[in-house]
Structures are given as C-alpha cells and as structure tokens.
Write a protein that binds this ligand. Sequence first.
Ligand code: MG
Length: 290
Amino acid sequence: MVYANGWFTGAKTPEDFAKKAKEAASCGFKALKFDPFGKSYMGISNKELMYSIDKVQAVRDAIGEDIEILIEAHGRFNVPAAIKIGKELEKIDNIKWFEEPLPPDNIEALKRVKKQSRVPIAVGERMYKRKAFINLLSANTADIIQPDVSHAEGISELKKIGSIAEGMYIPFSPHNPSGPVACGATLQLAAFLPNFNIFEFMATDISCRDKLTTEDLILEDGYLVIPDRPGLGIELKEENLSKYPYEPVMLKHYKGMTLFLREPKAPLDNNLCLSSGIYNPQDLARNPCC
Ligand SMILES: [Mg+2]
C-alpha cells in the first residue's frame, strides 16, 4: 500500500487542504501525508498550532475515517513544541504517525518527545547505515523507521536495517520522495521485507520524470504494483539525460520552496482515475492534480 505525498501542492488554507485531499482520495489513495505547519521553526505559536490543527481536521472531515493521515514535521521543532503538537494531534482520529518532530541528531531529545506522544513517531530519513538505526531502536525512540535507500547505503544495507527492525517488531516505511531509480530500488525492498509497512509515493513530480527512464508504475486501488522486469524494473533513457542536466536549487525548508518544483499546472482530470481505481502515475505527472 502507498501513501501519497505532494497531493496538497498549492494548498494554504484548511479549505484548500480539504479540497485537495478529496481529489487525492478520488484517485484511490488510502493514506495521505502532509506538513500543515507553515513557516514555524524551533517553536510554534498557539495561533499557528491551532491553524495547523484546523488543516488536519479539515482533511480528516473531507476524507472520512477510512483513509489514513500522516503528519510531517520535517525535523523542524524543539522538544516543547513537538510535545505540544503531539498532544493536539492526539485529539484527531487515526493519525498514523507524526514524522520527524525534531532534527535528526539527538536521540535523547527524541526520547523525551516519544515518551509523551500517543501518536506513533516515525523517523530515520536522514540517518545513515545500520548502526544509526540500532542506536535509534535500542533507545526506544521510534515507532516506525524510514531509512532512505539513497542516504542509508543502498538496498543491501536497507535490507539489514529492515531485518533489525523486524526483530524488534518495528514497521519499515522507507523515505521515497525520489526519482525513478531510487524509487525502483525502494520498491524492490517492499517485495521481500516482512515488516514493510507503507510506501511513500509522490502524487506529482517534475514534468521530465518520464523522459529519464522507462519507469512505468501502476497504482491499483491504493497499491503500487511491483515491477517484475529484471533489475530495478527500469532502464535509463541515456539519450535524454543530457537534455535535463542537474540544476542545483537552494531549497529553504519551511518557506514552501520545495513545492515549486512540483508546481500545480492543471486541475485533476478524473479521467486519469479509471473506474477500476487504476491509473498510471506518469499520466498524472503530465497532468498534475496538485
Ligand atoms: Mg520526511
């Protein structure tokens, strides 16, 4: 099963989030992740907190109880703010997780947040190699781990990290807001890790994504079909790579700058969501809904 990220691009108000969430739900997604916290950093005002919670509640009211909500903090808060936010999130039904409430470099601080949060804590996208995850899990600071195949040293290392977590009955939900190569590698992990929990899937992406590889993912009723082709299930379109060179972008978190990369271009075309609940994400990338 996947959770959608990026479905909310362009949303600012609770009403915007509710509208976008309904659109995403109409595509068959059974779980939605978003960051409702505006520009807050290392603290949050009561006004901003309540407005953030209004966005979460608006999404819950829009999509009903059956679709899971995952809350992203992008590692931006201090301990008291994270605890305060966790207490408010507890009041909303069925929040699957509260992701990266703190920056990723202090396990003792995270332990303080985890002890006071009834909402499960998901962390790990900026941790490297199995030793970091052994330290994290040994300190009982994570309810779900999120290693990234690009950061934590590839498929083999993630397999070991996943197995360590499995032995501690901790779900494995890798970080994957990634391009087609990392996405293909992450998807292979879903094929064999018993504690694989849920797959991150970007509902929108940059327009050249489908020109770089032969990626041909199929999302079926909220589940991504694992390709059975050799290797990662994709081939590079090498003849096209030089047409889309790497361009460094100075992204400043908490200022919405990560979102302009996936700028909204067109309203959701429900024709992309076939009656069977199946659609090709590449079609959606060409006609992004959010
Ligand atoms: Mg994250």
